[in-house]
Structures are given as C-alpha cells and as structure tokens.
Design a protein around this ligand. Structure first.
Ligand SMILES: NC(=O)c1ccc[n+]([C@@H]2O[C@H](COP(=O)([O-])OP(=O)(O)OC[C@H]3O[C@@H](n4cnc5c(N)ncnc54)[C@H](OP(=O)(O)O)[C@@H]3O)[C@@H](O)[C@H]2O)c1
Length: 365
C-alpha cells in the first residue's frame, strides 16, 4: 500500500511534536506538510524548534520548511489526512473548511467534540461511534474525528471494562502535568514547588466528554451514558503524565481480583485488528504499593510504536461498594497524538478512508 500523505497542523507545539515523532516511519502515513502560526512559518523544522518530546527530531523532518497554517497551504501539499494540534479557537473554522474540501481531519482540539455528528473516538472503547461520520459524509466531502481531553482518555479507559459490574458514580481527582497546558502554558514562577487546584474548563470537559464516549450509538445519534461523574483537577509540577485518583461506586459488591482481571484482560478492536499504534494491553495493572508513578510508568505499552499508549493502574482497594484506585495516562500520547493516530488507523482499516482517493476542490461548507 502507498503511504497516505498527511499534514500536521500545530507542529511546533507539544502535541504536534508527538505527532511528528510518532508518524516517523509509520506504515500507513507519511508527513508531507507541517504547519504552525506565523511565528515559526518559513523556517526549517529542525532549526526553529525547541524539541520537548522523547528522542531526537526525526532526520527527514529537520529540513522540512514549516508552512503558515491556512486552507490554501494545506490544500497545495496534496495531503489527504490532517492531524490537528491547534488551539481550539483556531481549529474550529479551518477544520470545518478543510473537511469541506474532502480532507479527513483527526483533531485534538475541543472545538468540534460536541458536534452531533462528530465522535469523540477512543477505539478501544467506542469504535462503533465511527459510524456516525457517515452523517458528515452525507452532507460534505470529508469528515472530522476528535479525540478526548487528555484526562478523559484515562478515566474512560478505566470505566469501560468495569461497566458490566454496574457503576453508579465515579469521583475523580487529577494531578495533571505541566505539559498538559502546552509549550508556553505555565511559567516556572507559577508552578515550581506548587500545586494549583484549578484548570480552566477541565472538570466540565472530563464530566461531559466521558458521558459521550461511554454513550450508545443508536444508528443515528450518540445517546450519552447516564452516570454521575464528578471531577476535581489540579496542576502539579510534573513534566509529563496525568495521575488520577478515582473512586468508583458500584451497584453491588465487586471483589478486587475480579476488577484486576477485568482491567488487565481488557482488549478492544485495535488489539484484535493489530493496528500499528495499538498497545498489546491497553491497561497495565501494577501490584506494588507505590505505583503508578509518572517517572516510572508513563511509557507503558508495547510494541515500541505503542509506548505511552497503555494506561497504568494501581493501588486498587475496596471499601464496601466503593473501589479506590490510581491511574496514570501519558497526556500527549494516549491523551492526544497517539489516540488521534490510532483513530486514523481504525478509519483506514474500516475503509472510511481509501488510500487511492484524492482531495476535491471547491467544497467549502
Ligand atoms: N498538551 C496536552 O496534553 C493536550 C492533550 C490533549 C489535547 N490537547 C489539545 O491539543 C491542542 C494542542 O495542544 P498543545 O499542548 O500542543 O499546545 P501548544 O504546545 O501551545 O501548541 C500549539 C500549536 O498551535 C500553533 N498555533 C498557535 N496559535 C496559532 C495560530 N493563531 N495559527 C496557527 N497556529 C497556531 C502553535 O504554533 P507556534 O509555535 O508557531 O505558536 C503550536 O504549533 C490544543 O487544542 C490542546 O487543547 C493538548
């Protein structure tokens, strides 16, 4: 199969950099364009960048000249798929216009997450929600698929395998790393030796997105899951990885061993279909008394391409119908770029994208 040309919008940011790292030597996709704001446009990727993710800048990307993000610049490159790591306010319009030209947009931005015909896709959890993009394709030439907020991805991954035991409520407290706020997010003066018990809009995103992700697709629309989800969010001075304390209230008693088995044996469509970015086990259960920890566990997941795609859980304790645990998610991999790439792999595998299609002009919405 010829590899499909893709563009990465927001390539200089933390999520954009993860895209560049994870798409290097990808079996299905090849980067043809990188875009940013006017600040970095016109410079070579290897020259302008302060690289902040694992490893080195992939050699072929160093010489690529960054384009200013615009509809015209993306269309000129012939890219079929666009991975978006733009701020939501910028993403909203350009993602819609590019969709109108027949491009397939996989976005980390929150702008379209609650559009009726746009899924918030986490393929292990709700691969059937992909079907809803047919509603977009009925009225325009391309589609937009979003993935969730970074913390939501870890929480939803925990709740899905435990749903059969009857969940009444989930109360979550997050300890979120500074990389969650982006490349220029927080000053050292604010976060060094500190904990900030507020992240704008984060608690609302966790609560509402989880209900949509865990919702049922009835053939026409996604019906939100009716569940109490109550989130409190903190920013902590950790570089990468969001740790979360979770208390789940079940309808009846469930023993710890049953929960551990349900989590560690959990598999989804990406595992069955052996998608390249799918971790063999999406959830890793740790039994030590002091795990998971960001420093030790954020790169959970194998094979190599899926490092950082597994969510780690530990300290599973039961108090009657309440179950306590800690989970850890890599915010810019499983919580952002990695799931976005997995979504594109799923869409290709399910033939929502065909490698031989070409973009069509003049399709503005
Ligand atoms: N960080 C996370 O853990 C995480 C997790 C899930 C989702 N997300 C979402 O993913 C997106 C990217 O997050 P991030 O953390 O990578 O942010 P970031 O580090 O601040 O990067 C933002 C990117 O967008 C570009 N950009 C900013 N303003 C622009 C404009 N007016 N026009 C065109 N490009 C512009 C920046 O280019 P310049 O360098 O040229 O300014 C940069 O490439 C956001 O929507 C965020 O909410 C982030």
């Amino acid at each position: 199969m010829d590899r499909i040309k893709v563009a990465v919008m927001g390539c200089t940011g933390l999520v954009g950099q993860q895209f560049v790292r994870m798409l290097h030597n990808h079996p299905f996709f090849t980067i043809h364009a990188l875009t940013s704001s006017a600040r970095s446009a016109g410079k070579k990727y290897g020259e302008t960048l302060s690289w902040a993710v694992e490893g080195e800048i992939p050699e072929p990307m160093r010489e690529l000249v960054i384009l200013e993000t615009s509809v015209e610049s993306i269309l000129k490159t012939g890219a079929r798929i666009v991975f978006s790591a733009l701020p939501a306010s910028i993403a909203e319009k350009i993602e819609s216009i590019l969709r109108g030209y027949g491009l397939f947009i996989f976005s980390n931005a929150s702008a379209h997450r609650f559009d009726e015909d746009v899924p918030i896709l986490i393929p292990e959890i709700n691969s059937d929600h992909l079907e809803i993009v047919k509603r977009q394709l009925a009225r325009t030439k391309g589609f937009i698929i979003t993935n969730s907020n970074c913390s939501t991805s870890g929480l939803a991954m925990m709740l899905k395998p435990l749903e059969p035991f009857g969940i009444q409520s989930a109360i979550v407290t997050t300890f979120q790393s500074i990389s969650g706020a982006g490349r220029r997010g927080l000053s050292a003066m604010d976060i060094a030796s500190n904990v900030i018990p507020f992240i704008k809009n984060e608690e609302e995103k966790i609560e509402t997105e989880s209900r949509k992700i865990l919702g049922k697709f009835d053939g026409l629309k996604i019906v939100n899951r009716d569940m109490i989800i109550n989130a409190s969010c903190c920013r902590v001075p950790v570089r990468e990885g969001h740790l979360m304390g979770l208390v789940i209230e079940f309808e009846k008693d469930v023993d710890v061993r049953t929960v551990e088995n349900a989590l560690s044996l959990f598999r989804g469509v990406p595992q069955e279909k052996r998608l390249p970015t799918a971790p063999e086990f999406p959830i890793v259960v740790r039994h030590e008394e002091d795990r998971p920890q960001p420093v030790l566990d954020i790169y959970a997941g194998s094979p190599e391409r899926a490092r950082g795609m597994a969510v780690t859980v530990g300290r599973i304790r039961k108090k009657g119908r309440l179950l306590n645990l800690f989970l850890l998610v890599h915010n810019t991999i499983r919580g952002a770029a990695g799931t976005c790439i997995l979504n594109a792999e799923l869409a290709l595998m399910k033939r929502f994208i065909r490698a031989d299609q070409t973009a069509t002009g003049g399709g503005q919405e």
